[in-house]
Write a protein that binds this ligand. Structure first.
Ligand code: PXL
Length: 279
């Protein structure tokens, strides 16, 4: 049956191009859970498989998916659906970036949301540098919305450090000027103060979004979930600023309802949003 048979009930179809993080806190798993919670139909093209190593301080073990297999997934997805909204998560290698850039360029998009995951602990530093450069050269110019964290904001803006909200504003402006994308630069738990502060900048509107910090340790999946929630909201027709605000509230609730495990970090729980603490 064609997807157009029930147009009134049809959810927005939303793609994430991302890696698997086996414990389910981050990556494609976080994206799909977020899409489901926010009422969009989620699809994934997997770029890599990350398995933390409990015998080695939970460092990342990273295995890329072969470029041909990534390309096959995207061919199936892009042929099956007329997509206009995509989220890009962890890509991981220059070859993956090449493949993904080609698929992105094969059609028009209304929204390309880039979570510019620059460093994965399990990668060779040399390889990571190549990957970072390829991401900046080939994917960042295609993005319509980018969500750098503290470290990524320093790297993408070329600033020496970011220690204040004023610094974060400057970084957001520089990244917008370099990319043309709407920017949500995330201070998270890295800036001092009681609030987790993010700076939104679209070239005209500069807005500081605040939510009380919940603890002072970063929670796994917060960055993925924030970008995925922005993606879902944009797919449903929200403006970029509305999408950013809804996403921040969603992440705050998900952190409040986080899940602990035998790993040394908690994971955000998307199912916690709007439901209060579990009884
Ligand atoms: O949080 C960044 C991230 C994104 N994607 C994958 C990951 C991680 C961090 O662990 O494993 C697949």
């Amino acid at each position: 049956m064609s997807a157009n048979t029930h147009p009134a009930a049809a959810p927005a179809v939303t793609l994430t191009i991302a890696g698997s993080e086996a414990t389910g806190g981050a990556g494609a798993q976080a994206d799909l859970k977020t899409f489901q919670e926010l009422g969009v139909y989620g699809i994934t093209a997997l770029t890599c498989i990350v398995a933390f190593d409990p015998k080695d301080s939970w460092n990342h073990r990273f295995v890329p998916v072969e470029p041909q297999v990534i390309s096959n997934q995207l061919e199936a997805i892009q042929t099956a659906y007329d997509l206009d909204t995509v989220k890009i998560g962890m890509l991981g290698t220059p070859a993956t970036i090449d493949t993904v850039a080609k698929s992105l360029q094969s059609q028009e998009w209304a929204n390309i949301v880039l979570d510019p995951v620059l460093i994965c602990k399990g990668q060779e530093p040399g390889a990571a540098l190549d990957t970072d450069q390829a991401l900046k050269a080939q994917i960042l110019p295609l993005a319509t919305f980018v969500t750098p964290n503290h470290f990524e904001s320093i790297s993408l803006s070329g600033m020496e450090d970011i220690t204040t909200v004023e610094d974060l504003k400057e970084a957001a402006k520089r990244i917008h000027e370099a990319s043309g994308a709407v920017v949500l630069a995330k201070g998270g738990v890295r800036l001092e103060g009681d609030d987790a502060v993010d700076v939104f900048y679209d070239g005209e509107t500069l807005e500081v979004l605040r939510a009380p910090k919940i603890g002072d340790v970063a929670v796994s999946g917060a960055g993925c979930t924030l970008a995925a929630a922005i993606t879902a909201e944009l797919a449903k027709g929200a403006s970029p600023l509305e999408a950013a605000k809804t996403a921040k509230a969603f992440v705050t609730e998900g952190i409040r309802n986080r899940v602990s495990s035998n790993a040394p970090f908690d994971a955000l729980w998307q199912g916690g949003a709007g439901r209060g603490p579990a009884l």
